[in-house]
Design a protein around this ligand. Sequence first.
Ligand SMILES: [Fe+2]
Ligand SMILES: [Fe+2]
Length: 156
Amino acid sequence: MNGNSYLNCSDDGFRHHLQEEHRQLNEELDELNACCLGQRNCDVQADWNKLRDRVHRLKDNIVHHFREEEEGSCLDEAVARRPTLAAEAREIEQEHPELLAELDGLISWLDQEPAMEATLQNAKQRLNSFADNLRRHEWREDALIRRGVGAFGVDD
Ligand SMILES: [Fe+2]
Ligand SMILES: [Fe+2]
């Protein structure tokens, strides 16, 4: 975490920006899940390409999002106000490289596998598991910020 950032949680604009980013990531995950995977009469190659493009785009967005969070210090602000949250905040931030490594593994697998119905099903399972981990991470983050700096979102 970088407490000297020009972005911080005292700025409501940034907190809303963070909330909006979480909403958009969630939407992207839903779209990935809804992608035509293994349905009858679908073009497996076209679906595979669409899925791969979306996962690459998701990776770019997540890298950008994590960087903003690390520089934006929302977690720092929560810890500054409630120091007992320090260990949990560190744990949450350590999940960033773990999540990126999981996504990188999925991307190289998608780049190498042949486009077949069975691999599409497998891809869907792996994506769902990644989506669960990312959603759990964002949920923990929102909860920690709420506990540290007050209500986040509708209660602001
Ligand atoms: Fe995060
Ligand atoms: Fe986040």
